[in-house]
Design a protein around this ligand. Structure first.
Ligand code: GLA
Length: 397
């Protein structure tokens, strides 16, 4: 049998975070054109995915799903052909229950017909959600059914399961044949939302690997509070740096959720950063491990015009290491407090004590700056909500 799934974390764009139900043929074509022009495709972002709200509210008299003719006047096949002609893969959305989350018809009890329909349209990726799931149906069984239906469709279609962690999918979604599985509830464009999503999966770092990746939701980079999942409290540049670095360190699928037609330069450079993408796409797909999780100490607090010294923020310091191929490491230092702090990475906690005779040659992935060979430890000055990420090579000294 041929290998059906991409081994590396899938990269692409999804319509939901910014556009919600406000989607159209034109939007998808324009997004694809821009993503090609600006180098996203070349960087690896190859899936263009239409999320919920693409169909009419009812199936047709033959039980088929019908693309909304107002939103998609040329039909899905023509759109898929266009997306393919630029070199992208084409993704769509359905749901394991009787309706999608936004109340459109979905695939419970229609798995084989719908899979065949998706294959006919030229779909390469199916996000498969979990709303309106019958009480008497079985979670695992219905994801397995759609997985088999996709395989029987004759087209190689990646199953992107999305049951929000229900029934601990990290333990079984891979055996069902999914290429990725959503492990959490929905992301919103603020620091609290994405950092708690990330923290909630720290126990499951090891349950994600080649062929089936833990999906911690589409990115919000570039949204700045605007769009469907932007709710007042919005992310800053520093927050986006941290969000993207977390997703990369975790080898999470990187599905952009911002409006790539209007990304500012900061966000565009961030999501196209070659070193970060290399960390995410390292062929060994090793999960990161945590070498430090604990307090950070922020200093220089002022009260009534006087400096009152330092304050401690529990559980806001996080140092993560990802072993990569060719004896390279990625090291990420996070400061989740909202004031600047010094975060310490202790090499002994990475298995490299002084007596090993080995030091780490560090490169800052955001500035490209080379920091030289360090021993014992490296301290990073990290802004509030921020991070520093280094690529490190072992050097005998
Ligand atoms: C659920 C999913 C989201 C999105 C919406 C669409 O909430 O978790 O990612 O697909 O449905 O309605």
């Amino acid at each position: 049998m041929t290998h059906m799934h991409v081994a590396l974390p899938p990269l692409g764009w999804n319509s939901w975070n910014t556009f919600g139900s406000n989607i159209s043929d034109e939007l998808i074509r324009e997004t694809a054109r821009i993503m090609k022009e600006k180098g996203y495709l070349e960087a690896g972002y190859k899936y263009i995915v239409i999320d919920d709200c693409w169909s009419l509210r009812e199936r047709d008299e033959n039980g088929k799903l019908v693309p909304d003719p107002q939103k998609f006047p040329h039909g899905m096949k023509a759109l898929a052909d266009y997306v393919h002609s630029l070199g992208f893969k084409f993704g769509m959305y359905s749901c394991a229950g009787v309706m999608t989350c936004a109340g459109y018809p979905s695939s419970y009890d229609h798995e084989y017909e719908d899979a065949r329909q998706f294959a006919e349209w030229g779909v390469d990726f199916l996000k498969y959600d979990f709303c309106y799931f019958p009480e008497n149906a079985d979670n695992r069984h219905r994801y397995a059914t759609m997985s088999m239906a996709l395989k029987a469709s004759g087209r190689d279609i990646l199953l992107s399961a999305c049951n929000w962690g229900s029934g601990e999918p990290w333990k079984w979604m891979k055996s069902v044949g999914a290429g990725m599985y959503r492990s959490t509830g929905d992301i919103f464009d603020n620091f609290r939302s994405f950092s708690s999503i990330f923290k909630s999966q720290m126990e499951n770092f090891c349950m994600s690997g080649p062929g089936c990746f833990n999906d911690i939701d589409m990115l919000t980079v570039g949204m700045y509070g605007k769009g469907n999942v932007g709710l007042g409290a919005k992310c800053t540049d520093e927050d986006y740096r941290t969000q993207f670095a977390m997703w990369c360190m975790f080898s999470a699928p990187l599905m952009l959720g911002g409006d790539v037609r209007n990304m500012n330069e900061f966000c565009e450079k961030l999501v196209l950063n070659k070193d970060l993408l290399r960390i995410n796409q390292d062929e060994e797909c090793r999960p990161p491990y945590i070498s430090y999780r604990g307090r950070v100490i922020c200093s220089g607090f002022e009260e009534n015009g006087e400096t009152v010294g330092w304050r401690e923020f529990p559980d806001c310091g996080l140092v993560m290491i990802k072993h990569m191929s060719d004896n390279e490491f990625a090291m990420a230092y996070f400061n989740l407090a909202d004031h600047p702090a010094t975060v310490t990475g202790t090499f002994a906690d990475m298995g490299i004590p002084y007596k090993s005779g080995v030091g780490l040659d560090l490169k800052d992935v955001f500035t490209g700056e080379s920091l030289g060979v360090k021993r014992d430890y490296y301290n990073a000055e990290v802004p509030g909500h921020g991070c520093k990420v280094y690529l490190a090579k072992m050097k005998h000294v």
